[in-house]
Design a binder for this molecule. Structure first.
Ligand code: GLA
Length: 695
C-alpha cells in the first residue's frame, strides 16, 4: 500500500487510495481489543489511522525513559493488516512530570492566572522548555519510526490553538518583545507604529512592553493586532521546529498539522505554506439543517490553502460530538452525505474522531466509527457502508475542484476588525460577514474558493471581498489588476479603512481602493440595535440590520442601489464602476443574507456565470476534474426528493448507472457523475423545487 514518493520536492502522503479511517487510541484499550479493532477496521475499509496523538506520557513515562514496545506492536499489527499510519509526533500535550518540573511552561490567561494540568495543551507556545522538549520528542519519534513502511505522513501536534492559542505569561512577554523588535527595528519604530501619542503610551524601554492583559480601559488597537499576529507566529514557530526536526531524519515524508476549518486565531495561509498537505477537522453542527453551507466555505478554504491541491478531512464525527451544549446525533444517512461533501470539495480522505468510542474520560460521549454497542452500532454500520463506497470514488483522487468564484480570506483584517473594542460598532463581525456572503453564492450554485487579498486571482472571473479592513499597496494593486484584466470584484463595507499599523488611510475609507471603486466613504453609519434600514436594489428591497455608510460616488460610477430609509435615505448604497470588460462593485452595508442574492445574481450574470434560480440551500453541485474527466457531485443535503435536468449525461461512480438528462435524488442522496471534461463547468438545473415537509 505504501508508495515511496521518489520526488522529494513534493512530498506526498504515502497512500495510494482515498484515505479512510480515524484517530485511534490503542493505549486506552487492551491488546485483545486491538485485534478486534483491526478485524473490524478491515471490515469497514479503513486504510489509515492517526496515532499516538496524546500518548507522550505513555511513551516517556519518566524523563528520558521511553516505552516504545506497545507502539511498535500496534503499528506493526496495523501495517500487517494493510492499514497505514498518520503518525503523530505525540506532542499535542505535555506529560505531567514535564509541567511539574517546569511550572513556568504553563500558559497564562489574560487575567494573569496560570492554567493548570488536568486537560490538554497545557503549554505556553513561547516556552523554551516546551520547545526544547517538543524538538526532542519529535526527533525520538522520527528516529524510531521514520523508516517504518507503514508511515504515510507525519501528524504534527494536534489542532494548534484549540485550547491554547494565546498566552499572557512573562515568557510570552519576552518573546513578544523580540517579535516586535524584529518587526519594527527599534523603539521609535514601535512607538510610531502603535500611535503611542494617543492616551500617553510612549515606550522608553522594551522591558515596558507587556502582553495585552486586562487594563483599566480599551487597549491600544495596534498592540492588540500585533499580539494576534505574534500569537499566530508563535505557534507557527513551534510547528516549524517540528517540521525541521522531521525533515532532518525523514526528508521525504509529508508533514501536516490538522486545522480547525476557518479558525480565527491562526493565519492558515502561513501554516499551509510550510507543510506538505492541508488537513482539516470538520464538525458541522448536526442540529443545524444548513450546516453544510458553512462546511462548503471551510472546504473551499482548505483546498485553496495550497492552491487547489487536494486536502484531507482528518477528523469529523460519525454522529454526536461531546463538546457542544447539546450534542445532537446525526440522522441516518447524514454521515454519508457530509463525508461525500468533503470529497466533492477536494478532500482525498474521510477520517473520523475517533475509531472506537471511549469508555472513560472527557470524550466518552463523543460518537465514533465503532460506537459503544460495537459492531451493532449504527455508526459502525453506516461508516462501514461508507468505506465500501469510498473505494468506488478512487478515480476522483488527485483531481481538483472547478470554480470561477473566489472569496478573499484575510486574517489581518479579521483580527484588526475584531481584536479591539474601539470600533464604530461591535456588530460588524468579520466571519459572519464572510459566511453570509458565501451563503448567497452557495445558494446561487457556486462552489467558492478562498483566496488571499494579494491573489493570485488568475483562475477566477468573480472575486468577492466581504471585508478588507486593512489594505496595503500590494493588495490594492492585485485587486486593480484583476479588474483591469476583465474580472468582476465586489468589495464589502468597512474595507480599505486602515494600513497594516491600523492608521486610517489619508482621506478615509476605502483608502487605496478609492480610485478602483470610484467612491468615498464620508462616515461609517452603524445602525442602532433593534432598528433596520432599507436599500432599493433594482426594485428589490434589501434589509440592512446593522451597518450602513454615507458614501459619495464619482460621476463615472453607476449607482445600483440606494438607501430608502433613515438618515441616508436617497444616498448611494451599492455602486458599480465599469473598468474595460471588468467591474468594481462596492456594497456599503451589511444586508440580510437573502439581500445578497439579487446583487450576486447581477454580478454573476455580468461575468457570464450561470446561477441557480431556485434558492434552496439543500442542493449542492461541485465538480472535481482532471484534464480529461469531470466528476460532478450532486448532493441533496435535505430530506425531500429533488429532480435535476442534466446539461450533460454522466455515469454515477457509486452505482454505475448512466444518467442521460434527468436525475432524481432522494433524502441525503448523492451521485458522482463521470463525464468527459466539458469547457463549461457542469451546471445541472433543478427542475423541481422540493416541497418542504416537516422533517
Ligand atoms: C478535536 C480534537 C480531537 C477530539 C475532537 C472531538 O478535533 O482534535 O482530539 O477532541 O475534537 O470532536
Amino acid at each position: 500500500m505504501a508508495e515511496p514518493s521518489g520526488d522529494q520536492s513534493i512530498r506526498r502522503v504515502r497512500l495510494n487510495a482515498l484515505a479512510y479511517g480515524g484517530d485511534y487510541n490503542p493505549d486506552q484499550w487492551s491488546e485483545e481489543t486491538w485485534h478486534e479493532d483491526i478485524r473490524l477496521m478491515r471490515e469497514a475499509g479503513v486504510n489509515m489511522v492517526s496515532l499516538p496523538i496524546f500518548s507522550w506520557p505513555q511513551l516517556e513515562p519518566e524523563p528520558g525513559v521511553y516505552d516504545w514496545e506497545w507502539l511498535d506492536r500496534i503499528i506493526d499489527l496495523l501495517w500487517d493488516a494493510g492499514i497505514a499510519i498518520d503518525l503523530a509526533t505525540a506532542t499535542a500535550t505535555p506529560p505531567s512530570w514535564l509541567l511539574r518540573a517546569h511550572p513556568e511552561m504553563a500558559p497564562w490567561d489574560a487575567d494573569g492566572h496560570r492554567l493548570e494540568f488536568g486537560s490538554r495543551q497545557t503549554y505556553c507556545p513561547s516556552s523554551p522548555i516546551w520547545r526544547e522538549n517538543v524538538a526532542r520528542m519529535t526527533r525520538a519519534m522520527a528516529e524510531r519510526y521514520g523508516k517504518h513502511p507503514g508511515l504515510a505522513m507525519w501528524h504534527i501536534s494536534n489542532e494548534y490553538g484549540d485550547h491554547t492559542s494565546r498566552c499572557w505569561c512573562p515568557e510570552t512577554a519576552k518573546h513578544f518583545r523580540r517579535w516586535l523588535e524584529n518587526r519594527y527595528g527599534d523603539l521609535d519604530g514601535l512607538n510610531e507604529a502603535w500611535g503611542v501619542n494617543v492616551w500617553g503610551q510612549r515606550y522608553t524601554s522594551w522591558e515596558h512592553i507587556e502582553t495585552p492583559k486586562k487594563a483599566p480601559g480599551p487597549i491600544n488597537p495596534t498592540q492588540l493586532l500585533d499580539f494576534e499576529r505574534f500569537s499566530s507566529d508563535a505557534l507557527l514557530e513551534l510547528f516549524q521546529i517540528e517540521i525541521d526536526g522531521l525533515r532532518e531524519v525523514t526528508p521525504d515524508i509529508a508533514v501536516t498539522t490538522n486545522f480547525m476549518s476557518m479558525f480565527r486565531d491562526l493565519d492558515y495561509w502561513d501554516f499551509a505554506a510550510v507543510e506538505d498537505v492541508v488537513t482539516d477537522d470538520a464538525y458541522p453542527e448536526p442540529a443545524d439543517p444548513t450546516s453544510h453551507v458553512g462546511a462548503a466555505l471551510n472546504y473551499g478554504l482548505m483546498r485553496s490553502l495550497k492552491g487547489g491541491q487536494p486536502w484531507l478531512l482528518l477528523e469529523s464525527s460519525a454522529s454526536a460530538t461531546s463538546w457542544r451544549d447539546v450534542n445532537v446525533p446525526k440522522a441516518p444517512g447524514k454521515i454519508r452525505v457530509e463525508s461525500l461533501q468533503a470529497v466533492a470539495h477536494g478532500s482525498d480522505a474521510v477520517m473520523f474522531f475517533q475509531w472506537r468510542q471511549a469508555k472513560y474520560g472527557q470524550e466518552k460521549f463523543h460518537s465514533s466509527m465503532l460506537g459503544h454497542r460495537g459492531e451493532k452500532s449504527r455508526s459502525f454500520q453506516e461508516t462501514k457502508a461508507l468505506g465500501a463506497e469510498l473505494k468506488l470514488l478512487e478515480p476522483v483522487r488527485g483531481t481538483r475542484v472547478r470554480s470561477r468564484v473566489a472569496l478573499v480570506v484575510d486574517w489581518d483584517s479579521w483580527w484588526g476588525s475584531s481584536a479591539t473594542e474601539s470600533l464604530p460598532s461591535q456588530r460588524l463581525q468579520w466571519a459572519r460577514q464572510a459566511r453570509e456572503w458565501h451563503r448567497a453564492l452557495y445558494t446561487l450554485g457556486q462552489p467558492v474558493d478562498a483566496v488571499r487579498a494579494v491573489g493570485p486571482f488568475d483562475a477566477y472571473d468573480v472575486v468577492v471581498v466581504p471585508n478588507l479592513y486593512i489594505v496595503e499597496q500590494p493588495q490594492a494593486d492585485a485587486l486593480r489588476a484583476f479588474v483591469e484584466r476583465g474580472g468582476h470584484l465586489v468589495v464589502g463595507p468597512f474595507s480599505g479603512v486602515a494600513d497594516a499599523t491600523e492608521k486610517v488611510h489619508d482621506g478615509g475609507a476605502p483608502g487605496l481602493l478609492r480610485d478602483l471603486l470610484g467612491i468615498e466613504v464620508d462616515e461609517q453609519w452603524p445602525i442602532a440595535d433593534g432598528l433596520t434600514e432599507q436599500i432599493d436594489y433594482a426594485g428589490e428591497t434589501l434589509t440592512v440590520p446593522s451597518w450602513s455608510e454615507w458614501i459619495e460616488a464619482d460621476a463615472d460610477v453607476e449607482v445600483r442601489g440606494r438607501y430608502t430609509s433613515g438618515e441616508l435615505d436617497g444616498l448611494p448604497a451599492v455602486t458599480r464602476r465599469p473598468v474595460g470588460n471588468g467591474s468594481a462593485w462596492y456594497l456599503s452595508a451589511m444586508v440580510d443574507p437573502d439581500g445578497m442574492l439579487p446583487l450576486f445574481r447581477d454580478v454573476l450574470r455580468t461575468a457570464g456565470i450561470p446561477a441557480r434560480d431556485a434558492t434552496d440551500v439543500d442542493i449542492e453541485v461541485v465538480t472535481r476534474a482532471d484534464d480529461t474527466t469531470d466528476y460532478t457531485f450532486v448532493l441533496n443535503h435535505g430530506r425531500n426528493p429533488v429532480t435535476f435536468h442534466l446539461d450533460m449525461p454522466g455515469t454515477d461512480l457509486l452505482t454505475g448507472i448512466r444518467h442521460e438528462d434527468r436525475l432524481e435524488l432522494g433524502r441525503f442522496g448523492v451521485v458522482v457523475l463521470a463525464a468527459p471534461r466539458s469547457a463549461a463547468i457542469p451546471f445541472p438545473t433543478l427542475i423541481r423545487t422540493p416541497v418542504k415537509e416537516d422533517a
